[in-house]
Design a protein around this ligand. Structure first.
Ligand SMILES: [Zn+2]
Ligand SMILES: [Zn+2]
Ligand SMILES: [Zn+2]
Length: 476
């Protein structure tokens, strides 16, 4: 740490890390860029990483997961918050009118079914094992009886969660049409269903979805929904769609595995979203914060591994990628000897519950060769995106990132004395190469300090802004 701090390039290094937001695993690049005037050919600006510390420029890794990079995850959470909130309260900079607030919308939680009893903390009662577990007890969410717990069912459910969601949305449109007395085609002409969703792992390792569901007019957020579209109708339709037999995913029997039909769990929670807290309803801010919080978490909250555990050679299939000349079945992958695993699960420092779930993925893989299970073992079989939204819901993460990049580019141009130059008259030549990633151990400590600093500053700014917005919304 002292060596890093005493380096003559330290100030510039610190500046680079500040710009990455205190990224804990920055990408290193080397290269140069030259800006020339298109007509005169005059060089307006020249930059090369030659004079940077270690002759490298460090840029943010952009990882969404807090366990991988707390700083980039923080940025991601902030973007997700704005994305969800824009879809709830509107955002005039992004063409989402404030009238979306009048559209019927709810915050729904679709859970996974039971795969066997787990240790829990029921209100006012002891757990089934007889103990009163502490809030942070390691047993929570793990099987009461590991011998009978359906680990295979749990990972297969996670693996099919995306399909179940697709079926649910299809059925939801049908239910809404039925409620309104319209055909599917007629419904399309007057209504669009928009949603923003985030996946979360429950302690037991089963995935569940938190979703904002909104009824818009035919052109999305910009158009008002028809008068018959109410929060009650939406609530009723969601319940009907979740319970309908169409909303299911089937898995055929294979070897010792029974045929399975997955449905959502019976714990369906639907709450109307209000601009302000009124009784049991939840507010726009609460929903957006909640979703943002879960967007940066993955399976590690259940004690699983935070990196992939499959064999890179065969991508977890356990099979050689070459076709056999005899036309027979593919041969076993030489690197993992057919296990599909790149890590020894028995030696990994993960919880026993997570180990069993990851082991179930690998054991099921040969039975369901078409489903990527071992490839997603570290996600306990879930292979979907953590946060997704329909096109019409609100702005996009890409759009939010672009806004930030534009702002930085404008700042850069200003700093280089190019602020007044018309962008169309400048020719930019550049060449960049990847040169590695990460920090030295000493740099790590310093980067973590910078990250804490930045977070504290941003937190203060966010809180001040939130207070200001509340005051404005209340018309004070
Ligand atoms: Zn990062
Ligand atoms: Zn218990
Ligand atoms: Zn392999």
């Amino acid at each position: 740490m002292l060596k890093a701090a005493a380096d003559p390039g330290y100030a510039r290094w610190e500046d680079q890390i500040r710009r990455t937001g205190g990224c804990s695993d920055p990408i290193h690049i080397t290269g140069w860029t030259v800006a020339k005037d298109k007509t005169s050919g005059e060089t307006l600006h020249r930059y090369s990483t030659e004079n940077e510390p270690g002759a490298r420029l460090r840029i943010a890794c952009g990882n969404r997961r807090a366990s991988c990079c707390p700083s980039c995850a923080w940025t991601y959470a902030g973007d997700t918050y704005h994305l969800i909130r824009a879809g709830l309260a509107g955002d005039d900079r992004r063409d989402i009118p404030a009238t979306v607030r009048e559209h019927p919308r709810v915050f729904a939680t679709l859970t996974a079914p039971s795969f066997g009893p787990v240790h829990n903390r029921p209100a006012g009662r002891p757990c089934r094992c007889g103990k009163h577990h502490q809030e942070d007890a390691v047993e929570l969410g793990t099987a009461l009886d590991p011998e009978t717990y359906d680990y295979a069912g749990s990972v297969l459910f996670n693996n099919h969660a995306g399909q179940l969601w697709q079926r649910f949305t299809t059925r939801l449109r049908r239910e809404i049409a039925a409620c309104a007395g319209l055909t599917q085609r007629e419904l399309k002409e007057v209504v669009r269903i928009s949603y923003g969703k985030v996946a979360e792992f429950q302690k037991r390792g089963a995935i569940h979805f938190h979703v904002v569901i909104r009824i818009d007019g035919p052109a999305g957020a910009l158009t008002p929904p028809p008068l018959w579209a109410s929060t009650e109708l939406l609530d009723h339709s969601i319940r009907a769609a979740a319970a309908h037999s169409y909303t299911s995913a089937t898995v055929p029997a294979a070897a010792d595995q029974p045929a399975r039909t997955f449905r959502w769990g019976t714990q369906l929670d639907i709450r109307p979203i209000k601009a302000f807290n009124e009784g049991s309803d939840i507010t726009e801010q609460a929903v957006a914060s909640y979703v943002a919080k879960y967007a940066t978490k993955a399976a590690e909250t259940t004690g699983a591994s935070d990196t992939a555990v499959h064999c890179r050679q065969c991508r977890g299939t356990g099979l050689s990628s070459r076709y056999s000349h005899s036309g027979g079945p593919l041969s076993r992958c030489a690197r993992c000897h057919g296990t599909g695993l790149g890590e020894d699960l028995a030696r990994m420092s993960v919880s026993e519950h997570a180990r069993r779930l990851m082991g179930a993925c690998a054991a099921l893989q040969p039975l369901y060769p078409d489903r990527p299970l071992t490839r997603w073992a570290h996600m306990l079989g879930f292979r979907g995106h953590f946060s997704t939204k329909s096109r019409q819901y609100s702005t996009t993460l890409g759009d939010l990132r672009q806004t930030r990049a534009d702002y930085r580019a404008a700042q850069e141009r200003e700093a280089r004395g190019l602020g007044d130059v018309e962008p169309g008259t400048v020719l930019v030549l550049a060449s960049w190469q990847y040169a590695g990633h990460g920090h030295s151990p000493g740099e790590s400590v310093l980067a973590a300090t910078i990250a804490r600093d930045i977070r504290l500053n941003r937190q203060t700014a966010r809180e001040a802004l939130a207070e200001l917005t509340t005051v404005q919304e209340a018309g004070l």
